[in-house]
Write a protein that binds this ligand. Structure first.
Ligand code: ADP
Length: 528
């Protein structure tokens, strides 16, 4: 009676696997997002520091211009404008920041004017014509301080002006800031030290570069800051100098992170898959082993009970006639042969499993071994209503072989032909194929489906045709044949179409000494 199967349990690993994979994926995603955020953060830090530098530069330049204006405003003695020109020619000459000073009364008439380098006439004309109307002095509150930044006749002008009261009278003072000084001293003093780390330019309202380099290709990292109260037609543009190096370094780091994370995920997934496959294989092996134990016990019990039953009949004298007696004795012989073969198989198999299989190789004649085995087995085949035919190529070269092992392999193939293909014809052929000898056993039984053909050589594996039809067996015969063929330096294969029989072929190499030295090595012919 077949043993009841234990209910299938889902191994915890099959449940743990998706959880571990999900955790690894979540970890990978987290690491990726972190690395991305870090990249964004470091880019933002670069932007912030660039902005801070630009703001600082603009603020210092503004403060410097305003501070210098205040100092000069303070120097003007509105109560004594008579000596203004003498003193102010001197002041204007000495001060690097202004190139002209004008004092006006409440009617906006020029009371005094001093200009550097004898440009007085030209400056007065420009002031009266263009500058004065643009200042809007009538709206200027006392002590209010303003700037006019303009382009007059192609000339950049920065006028710093204020409204003062002295002895009850209103005065307006206007200073013309020296633009050559702004461009030649003020801007370089604040910007040139930054050249190593930053790129910068000062541009006017139409984008024309007034000072510095052309800044392009800095999208996302270019910061623009207008001068809010003095040079308000101009803007300072600033960008980090080695930005592409920084950006490419950060994206390289990010790419390395992505590669590393993907690789780790891949390793984890592959590791889990390998583990899963190993567990499945192990599980399958243990299932097969239990099946094997059940099969072998069954295989042992059947011949034993037959032997016992017929020997008892003989012992009790319950034999009707000598013919029946001979038949009983034949059954006993056949069943003990079967028992002996099964035990041989199991013992050899156990040796192979323990890695202790030892072969006794000697140079021999495979044809002789085959003929001897067929002689022994012919009778059994005939009893099973199988017709045996054999074709052995004459004069075959010797091979290195273990007689007993090779006989066991052939008997296993013949036994299978009996088990699966009886009644019918069995054909055994032995021939040379290149540097190999090929021994084939062909039957016309049910054959083996293509997907099972590779698996029938696995230990304990029994194909559907065996399991379904209740054919007795243990699933180790073909694995033994395979081991024996490989131990001989050869291999075993099967060629079969379901319903049209099967041909099993063992190919073993011809002994080296039997090959002529000059004979070129020929490719091995597949036995299947
Ligand atoms: P078993 O003890 O089951 O015969 P084997 O290892 O000898 O174990 O064979 C493995 C399986 O291969 C068998 O269970 C059977 O399904 C299939 N097989 C072997 N030989 C034949 C054959 N000649 N014809 C059809 N199927 C075969």
């Amino acid at each position: 009676m077949p043993l009841p199967r234990a209910p299938k349990r889902i191994p915890p690993l099959f449940l743990v696997f998706p959880v571990i994979l999900a955790a690894a994926l979540a970890l990978g995603r987290y690491a990726y997002l972190q690395s991305k955020a870090l990249g964004v953060q470091s880019e933002q830090a670069i932007r912030d520091s660039n902005e801070a530098v630009a703001e600082q530069v603009v603020s210092v330049i503004e403060k410097e211009i305003i501070a210098s204006d205040h100092t000069l405003f303070e120097l003007i003695d509105l109560s004594n404008l008579k000596r203004f020109t003498d003193r102010w020619n001197e002041n204007v000459r000495l001060s690097p920041n202004v190139d002209a000073v004008v004092v006006l009364d409440d009617k906006q008439h020029i009371l005094a004017l001093a200009s550097r380098g004898g440009r007085e006439g030209r400056f007065r004309s420009l002031f009266e014509r263009r500058i004065l109307p643009a200042l809007g002095l009538s709206t200027l509150a006392p002590d209010q301080h303003k700037h006019l930044h303009a382009d007059f006749d192609g000339e950049q002008v920065l006028i710093s002006f204020t409204h003062r009261k002295s002895a009850g009278r209103d005065y307006y003072i206007a200073l013309s800031v020296d633009m050559a000084n702004v461009l030649g001293q003020l801007l370089p003093a604040e910007l040139e030290d930054l050249r190593d780390t930053s790129r910068f330019s000062v541009v006017d309202s139409s984008g024309r570069i007034i000072y510095g380099d052309l800044l392009d290709g800095h999208s996302g990292f270019l910061y623009e800051k207008p001068f809010p109260s003095t040079l308000w037609r101009w803007r300072l543009q600033m960008a980090p100098r080695n930005i592409w190096q920084l950006v490419s370094e950060s994206s390289r780091r990010r790419a390395a992170d992505v590669v590393l994370i993907s690789f780790s995920l891949l390793v984890i997934t592959a590791g889990m898959l390998v583990l899963l496959l190993a567990v499945r294989k192990q599980q399958r092996a243990s299932e097969l082993k239990s099946e094997f134990i059940a099969n072998v016990s069954h295989e042992l019990k059947t011949p034993l009970s037959l032997i016992r039953m017929f020997s008892e009949l003989i012992a009790l004298g319950r034999v009707k006639n000598p013919e029946a007696g001979r038949e009983y004795a034949e059954i006993i012989t056949r069943e003990s042969d079967r028992l002996a073969r099964l035990i041989d198989n199991v013992l050899d198999f156990a040796r192979i499993e323990r890695g202790k299989a030892a072969y006794d190789f000697a140079t021999g004649d495979l044809a002789e071994v085959v003929e001897r085995a067929l002689d022994v087995y012919r009778y059994r085949l005939e009893r099973e209503r199988m017709t045996l035919s054999s074709e052995i190529e004459p004069g075959l070269p010797p091979t290195r072989l273990d007689d007993n092992a090779m006989t066991l392999a052939l008997l296993n193939l013949l036994e299978n032909a009996v088990k699966y293909a009886a009644p019918g014809a069995v054909r055994v052929t032995l021939k040379r194929a290149g540097e190999m000898l090929e021994l084939s056993v062909q039957d016309h039984g049910p054959g083996i489906t293509e997907d099972e053909q590779a698996r029938i050589f696995d230990r304990f594996y029994r194909a559907k045709n065996a399991r379904g039809r209740g054919v007795r067996g243990s699933g180790i015969g073909l694995s033994l044949v395979k081991h024996i063929a490989e131990a001989h330096g050869g291999r075993v294969g099967v060629r079969s179409l379901p319903g049209q029989g099967a041909t099993f072929t063992i190919a073993v190499p011809i002994a080296r000494e039997a090959l002529p030295e000059s004979e070129p090595a020929r490719p091995l012919v597949s036995p299947s």
